[in-house]
Design a protein around this ligand. Structure first.
Ligand code: ADE
Length: 326
């Protein structure tokens, strides 16, 4: 089993559980750049069901790639195999490891990443929050504990309500709860790495960070550095744990409620942010953010990693807000 790389060939072990025939895959438009490669739109005949052609996303290496990038794409593929299936993560569908370049075939999320989706839908947003602004929040209904809201919605695909925002937050928490169970630390949880599928279902993406655990100033493909999503222990001690993922989730909540805002808006430089966090300071309550939600964010940003809520706590807390949202 070989894959081409600049005239050289590399052996990859063929995994018959996942190998998909290259002839049944057609590559189309360029969707964007992932951490180490390119993502293209594709169609795959029979990858989900015999006789059905599915739209898929295909990750490939760039023409000029390093050996490390090949290793990284393989490790992303292997990580996705090991994670198994969950509705709130981008699932692996198959791969082409033989007879040409390495292709990793994943679920396609037609509405793109959550950050851009929220920004593009600002005009469609319905400002109906369970309570308006800080200070005057009604108490949460105690009987809603354990309520399991239906995720996603088929209704009104072209408007985004506060309930939808809470549904996105809830679904990400569910996806992360699953990843915790799989002992996976994401390391780059942010709205840009959450994809929006049909019926307002959201899926956590980008499982390619494993190798870069210590490379914490690495720039994203769009030139931004992800420091604004990082917990203090990650920034200062390079520690990545599920607790630091929870910190990032708090930043993600902030991104959701500001409809794709950029965190720490008045802080353009990294050293200022480090100073700000060192002093124990945090972002304030955004406009249109119910106090209950802000308190959850603040809990995610507790200094001591072990003091933060778990993703199961967050599923319950966000689920409670979701269940009373209109
Ligand atoms: N699935 C995996 N990556 C994707 C992307 N960049 N866009 C849409 N769906 C995807």
């Amino acid at each position: 089993t070989t894959t081409q790389k600049g005239g050289q060939e590399y052996d990859l072990p063929t995994d018959l559980n996942w190998e998909f025939s290259r002839e049944k895959l057609q590559l189309g438009a360029y969707l964007g750049e992932g951490a180490f490669g390119e993502v293209k739109l594709g169609t795959a005949d029979g990858i989900i069901e015999k006789g059905i052609v599915s739209t898929v996303a295909v990750k490939t290496l760039k023409k000029q790639h390093s050996d490390a990038e090949l290793v990284d794409l393989i490790s992303e593929m292997e990580t996705m195999k090991a994670l198994g299936k969950h509705v709130n993560i981008i699932n692996l569908l198959g791969c082409c490891t033989t007879g040409g370049e390495l292709l990793v075939i994943m679920e396609f999320a037609e509405n793109g990443n959550l950050r851009d989706y929220l920004r593009n839908n600002r005009h469609h947003f319905l400002y109906e929050t369970p309570n308006k602004g800080p200070g005057n929040s009604p108490p949460l209904a105690p009987q809603t504990i354990g309520f399991d809201p239906v995720i996603g919605t088929t209704e009104e695909d072209d408007v985004v309500s506060f309930k939808d925002l809470m549904s996105f937050a809830y679904q990400v928490a569910r996806g992360m709860e699953y990843l915790v169970q799989k002992k996976y630390v994401h390391r780059d949880l942010a709205a840009r790495n959450v994809l929006v599928s049909t019926h307002k279902i959201v899926k956590i993406a980008d499982f390619g960070m494993t190798r870069f655990a210590n490379d914490y100033y690495r720039k994203k493909s769009d030139g931004r550095v992800p420091v604004k999503w990082m917990a203090p222990e990650t920034l200062f001690y390079r520690m990545y744990t599920t607790h630091s993922d929870v910190w990032s989730y708090g930043i993600l909540l902030w991104e959701i409620v500001t409809l794709g805002g950029t965190p720490y808006p008045s802080m353009p430089d990294v050293s200022k942010l480090l100073e700000f966090l060192k002093e124990g300071r945090r972002m304030g309550q955004p406009p249109n953010c119910p106090t209950e939600l802000y308190l959850i964010m603040r809990d995610c940003w507790i200094e001591k990693p072990e003091g933060r809520p778990t993703f199961s706590d967050l599923v319950e807390d966000i689920g409670r807000i979701l269940s009373i949202a209109s």
